[in-house]
Ligand binder design. Structure first.
Ligand code: SAM
Ligand code: SF4
Length: 326
């Protein structure tokens, strides 16, 4: 078991499989983003070895993210190999959904359990403005393909950006009326790359909830207000699905954190919003033995920071969001 010095059992690993992406969302990266050469990224055998190491330390829940995980070469094969690793009890993916109409079924057959799909707007023009390069139609087809392939329950992630998509909050929430989906509104967090926009145009979870309630009436609390992962869940009365709020900035859930992150270039990042990282790929490539690597991971986890420092104005600027994996 990997414990940190605050007694939290860290057993959930989010792996960024690549920093590359086929979109350029305004809140995530600059349009002229330069990606790392593939040789600097973890190769398939390195990912698999690290997954085995983490399972040996009690990690049982894994999420593949990026950048865009589906642009990684041989993604279906890699998913199958991770899913087959003893100790991997839950394997999910966060994706922009663009390629899911093609990949949902093969990924499900390879052993992927669930997907979170990002969709910030239901308006095609707004979608293009927010993602710069994307087509809403592709993502919508991807959502339906994921549901058909059984990658359920479907969770949809929406980042609300002032001046872009606040007006669509209620429309997104209404997707839950007839679909058993979870639509989760994520507060925009500040990183390098788009820091000014991330700070200036952030909309809080409370503001988003107020917009929905002003139009649809009070939301019902789900699970007595307990967190579901990082989301606090509500329901439009009578709806088939839930509306979630992820208030990482205004109401952090650090006390309940059970996760660590592996960046695409093989650094163990202990907190999404803190710069501290421990390089695992370098010792792996220079022949460290597995026991040494296990100890490095355990030490790093022991020193996981309690939480982020956004309230004190501490913003992590060493990476853009897509390199860390959301
Ligand atoms: N490309 C995939 C996607 O978009 O779903 C996976 C990677 S993306 C970095 C993971 C999640 O982080 C997405 O839901 C995205 O909307 C969210 N995200 C990106 N930048 C963010 C930011 N600055 N603050 C909050 N969430 C952000
Ligand atoms: Fe790509 Fe996801 Fe970042 Fe959008 S949020 S640019 S889809 S990594």
């Amino acid at each position: 078991m990997a414990l940190d010095r605050f007694g939290r059992n860290i057993h959930y690993l989010r792996i960024s499989l690549t920093d590359h992406c086929n979109l350029r969302c305004v809140y995530c990266m600059p349009e002229d983003m330069i990606f790392r050469p593939n040789a600097e990224l973890m190769q398939d055998d390195e990912v698999l070895l690290l997954v085995r190491l983490f399972t040996s330390l009690g990690f049982d829940k894994f999420r593949l993210t990026g950048g865009e995980p589906t642009v990684r070469a041989n993604i279906v094969k890699l998913v199958g190999q991770i899913a087959d690793t003893p100790g991997v009890n839950s394997l999910s993916m966060t994706t922009n959904g663009v390629s899911l109409s093609r990949l949902a079924r093969p990924l499900a057959e390879a052993g992927l359990n669930r997907v979170n799909i990002s969709i910030d707007t239901l308006n095609p023009e707004n979608f293009r403005r927010l993602t710069r390069w994307g087509s809403l139609e592709d993502v919508w087809a991807g959502i339906l393909a994921a549901e058909e392939a059984g990658l359920t329950p479907i969770k949809l992630n929406a980042v609300i950006v002032h001046g872009y998509n606040e007006a669509e909050v209620t429309g997104l929430a209404k997707l839950t009326l007839n679909n058993p989906w979870q639509v989760r509104f994520i507060e925009m967090m500040p990183f390098a790359g788009a820091t000014d926009l991330q700070i200036r145009q952030m909309v809080t979870a409370e503001q988003i909830k107020n917009i929905i309630e002003a139009q649809l009436g009070p939301l019902e609390i789900v699970n007595g207000g307990q967190l579901d992962g990082e989301a606090r869940l509500f329901r439009i009365p009578g709806a088939a699905g839930d509306v979630g709020f992820i208030s990482s900035v205004t109401e952090p859930f650090c006390a309940a954190c059970t996760r660590a992150r592996l960046t695409a270039d093989g650094r163990l990042r202990l907190c999404l919003l803190r710069e501290g990282e421990v390089n695992l790929l370098k010792p792996l490539r220079s022949g460290a033995n597995l026991e040494e690597l296990r100890q490095t991971i355990l030490d790093a986890i022991w020193h996981k920071p309690w939480g982020h420092g956004l309230a004190e104005g501490v913003i992590p600027l060493n990476r853009v969001m897509s390199e860390i994996g959301g």
